[in-house]
Design a protein around this ligand. Structure first.
Ligand SMILES: [Zn+2]
Length: 332
């Protein structure tokens, strides 16, 4: 079939179906670091990331000063700006040295040259279609199981941190990097409440650990799909044409664990501050996962535990609002 790929072969040699995805992912990563300077420099720069750790009751939040993320964090995502820029996820606009591997369906996997994770990938479709999760949730799960337990696969809604809201994509990063990866069990024990369980699927709400969220665990993909629809609708997805604001993190280790972070705001007030009052932060899945990314040093220097609390408070539901959501999730 002739596609836009005929313009140049973006696929890494040896991208054959018989090789497992995690192996191909490692090969792509190694190849790109050897043959693409931008990627090499990007991952080199991770060694200079400065960190602050904020400890709470049974969980922690890290702040990272990562200057490589300036473009993504400050991305203009209004319709006019989006229309006026060439889409950086469309195959025809990819840098000459960038290679890809096929994942499933139209999804391809690319090394992210401006990383947060030690291994950070972008997983766009080859079609330029808007960033929307509803019809793509199953693909998120399939990608998650195919890439395996070494990676978290995540989704940022078009108004929740996606820097390309006009081009459907997921991302993946090495598992264990986000604080929530390793704190999940403790968080669930202390702050979680099961709102639904049928023996094969468990849905819990997690309230009181700075960002209230919903988690679903199951190894049954069709049950996960219908449970996600239920949650989507409870968050208001059945009432408007627009997607409810959310971030999703999926991990797979014999079964899926899906964390859904409902959002109330795209960016906190600090983002819009002037001069010294500005803090450039644009929370997305990684931030909700416990790693707040600051691309400017002056902002990182200012960060205190109070600011961390307030940033989360501003972009997620209050405990009271969240109780409303969990009450609705209990009705079956
Ligand atoms: Zn595009």
């Amino acid at each position: 079939m002739q596609t836009e790929f005929s313009e140049r072969n973006i696929f890494l040699d040896g991208d054959d179906e018989s090789v497992n995805l995690p192996i191909k992912v490692e090969r792509l990563f190694e190849d790109q670091l050897q043959n693409w300077k931008l990627a090499f420099d990007g991952y080199q720069s991770l060694t200079k990331v400065q960190k602050k750790l904020f400890e709470f009751d049974d969980f922690s939040i890290e702040a990272h000063y990562n200057p490589g993320r300036i473009i993504s964090s400050s991305a203009k995502v209004d319709a006019k700006s989006i229309n006026e820029r060439p889409c950086f996820l469309c195959v025809k606009n990819l840098p000459a040295d960038q290679k890809a591997i096929k994942v499933i369906g139209n999804y391809i996997l690319l090394v992210n040259p401006f990383p947060i994770f030690h291994k950070h990938f972008t997983i766009p479709t080859t079609k330029h279609v808007p960033q929307l999760i509803k019809q793509e949730f199953e693909n998120l799960l399939l990608i998650s199981s195919k890439i395996g337990s070494g990676f978290s696969v995540f989704y940022n809604g078009p108004k929740c941190g996606a820097s390309a809201p006009d081009h459907l994509h997921f991302q993946a990063g090495n598992y264990g990097f986000m604080n929530i990866d390793n704190e999940y069990e403790n968080i669930l024990n202390k702050y979680g409440e099961i709102v639904y369980s049928d023996g094969e699927l468990i849905t819990s709400v997690v309230t009181g650990c700075l960002r209230n969220f919903i988690t679903v665990e199951s190894n049954d993909i069709s049950k996960l799909k219908s449970e996600f629809e239920k949650i989507y609708n409870v968050l208001g997805g059945d009432k408007t044409a627009e997607e409810p604001m959310l971030n999703v993190i999926s991990t797979y280790n014999n079964s899926w664990r899906v964390l859904i972070f409902p959002r109330t705001k795209h960016r906190p007030s600090y983002f819009f501050g002037e001069g010294k009052n500005k803090i450039l932060i644009s929370p997305a899945a990684v931030d909700l996962g416990g790693v707040l990314i600051f691309p400017r040093e002056e902002d990182f220097d200012k960060i205190t535990i109070q600011l961390v609390v307030d940033i989360f408070k501003q972009v997620t539901f209050t405990n009271e609002e969240f109780r409303n959501i969990s009450d609705k999730l209990k009705i079956r």
